[in-house]
Design a protein around this ligand. Structure first.
Ligand SMILES: [Zn+2]
Length: 220
């Protein structure tokens, strides 16, 4: 990872408007986890992985795949602390919102929480920062309704099974947050196995949220 980041830092990103990413996330994809399907699929379908997995998350959507410039920008924002890339990620997340969620009513954007120790190291919670950029433009409030109650290993280094157990009991409702009867959009930079977003959704649904879906900048 470190080598990759160093290499990415050497690339020059032009100032101003972000480039339009070429790798759009488009149907056919799994209606729940948005895993793209290479062949043509008849109508709506669930992938094999989702058919035998119980999700709390209703669905996830993103406008782009996590490749090329999008992947670079996410990594540089998150690990390289290149805060100036926030509007790029915000715009790309807004593209996904417009494409998949704008027709529905959402009560709040709920960023995936970062443990305070990691926030101290990184300086900011990337998911909350992107969500705030989006919130200011679409008029849906950001509510940091979730908290990490236990530090976890970085999900990026773990296999899928390990990711699930790594998160067990790691998340809780933030004090004073009441999700009952509300439609909530979990916001994160990237969706890979969905373990984190689904753990967030589980907490919110258990506490009475009416519906929980996820919106990310990119689908891994
Ligand atoms: Zn799926």
């Amino acid at each position: 990872m470190r080598v990759w980041i160093e290499a990415a830092r050497g690339l020059i990103f032009p100032a101003g408007r972000p480039p339009r990413p070429w790798a759009r996330l488009e149907r056919p994809f799994c209606e729940r986890c948005a895993e793209p399907y290479s062949r043509t699929a008849p109508g709506e379908f669930l992938c094999a992985n989702c058919l035998d997995r119980r999700w709390s998350l209703e669905r996830v959507r993103a406008a782009y795949r996590a490749v090329g410039t999008v992947r670079e920008a996410i990594l540089r924002f998150k690990y390289g602390r290149e805060y100036h890339l926030r509007p790029w990620l915000g715009r790309w997340m807004r593209d996904g919102f417009r494409q998949y969620y704008a027709e529905e009513k959402w009560d709040a954007l709920v960023p995936v929480p970062l443990h305070s120790e990691r926030k101290k190291i990184r300086g900011f919670n990337q998911s909350a920062e992107i969500a705030r950029w989006l919130s200011a433009r679409i008029g849906i409030p950001v509510e940091e309704g979730l908290a990490r109650v236990r530090a976890t290993l970085s999900q990026a280094r773990l296999k899928r099974v390990e990711r699930l157990s790594n998160l067990r009991g790691a998340l809780a409702l933030a004090p004073g947050f009441d999700p009952r009867g509300r439609r909530l959009l979990i916001c994160d930079d990237v969706f890979t196995t969905g373990a984190t977003a689904d753990a967030c959704a589980r907490v919110l649904r258990k506490a009475g949220a009416a519906e929980v879906a996820a919106l990310t900048v990119a689908r891994g």
